[in-house]
Design a protein around this ligand. Sequence first.
Ligand code: B12
Length: 212
Amino acid sequence: MDFYSELKSNLYAGRKQETVEIVISALEKGIDVIELYKMFSKILNEWDCDYEKEPLCIWKEHLMSSIVRTSIECTYPYIIKSKVPDTGLTCATFCPQEEEHELGARMSADIFTINGIKTIFVGKEVPFDAFIEAVKVEKFDMISISITNYYNLVYLCKFIEGLKKYSPQTKIIASGRACVKNPEYTKKCGVDFLFTNFDELVEFLKDVRGSK
Ligand code: B12
């Protein structure tokens, strides 16, 4: 079985130890972390959960995504090893309040780090007021917002409006399936860069580094 199929079958079966073992072994053999993250994304997005037919599937979805999360955390030593020199730029990545789907934001945080951006991953469900307090004191060069559920898109405009008041120079990156499927709306909210996948972020960061 190839690595992708093995990874997918272990994740879908909820086998944590086996998943972590093959991930660590692939990292030791030199797999590119971003390629690994693309595989996680594909496997997650291929998950098909019909809870009416299979009442256990939401339970399994939580289990699978928690194993992905553990596997992502295992890459950190390799992130540090492969990262390029610091650019001096900073970025905060997060999901706004109500948004629980944070794995895209979590993986993208490592891509920023590999590319020499000092990145903090703030995580899921960040409350608006907490965000405002942070941007009042920390003038990030960039923020990266990931939104998966379309009914959370309303927070995109709200967060950007708040950000503009206290840190108008901060560049805004957006992604996640809700943003990707609604590009006009994201533009209207004031997003500077909308990325549909990790490769687009890598290209963008290459340009950012080139201009430093
Ligand atoms: C994993 C998962 C969960 C996990 C999330 C775990 C976690 N810690 O993140 C858990 C179990 C918690 C969960 C919960 C829910 N989920 Co859910 N979940 C999924 C699942 C299986 C995969 C989503 C995922 O992580 N994909 C991997 C990421 C990386 O992919 P992505 O977000 O598309 O990102 C890509 C790009 O957008 C981009 N990207 C994303 N962020 C960023 C950031 C940057 C900077 C860049 C450059 C790129 C980038 O790159 C990625 C790769 O190309 C999908 C099913 C599916 N088939 O899609 C449903 C899905 C997203 N969930 C759904 C729903 C409805 C829910 C729930 C409401 C109900 C439920 N199923 O329990 C809850 C509550 C969510 C809430 N309040 O926010 C729906 C959403 C429908 C909608 N309204 O839009 C989906 C589509 C399932 C479905 N078919 O109905 N879920």
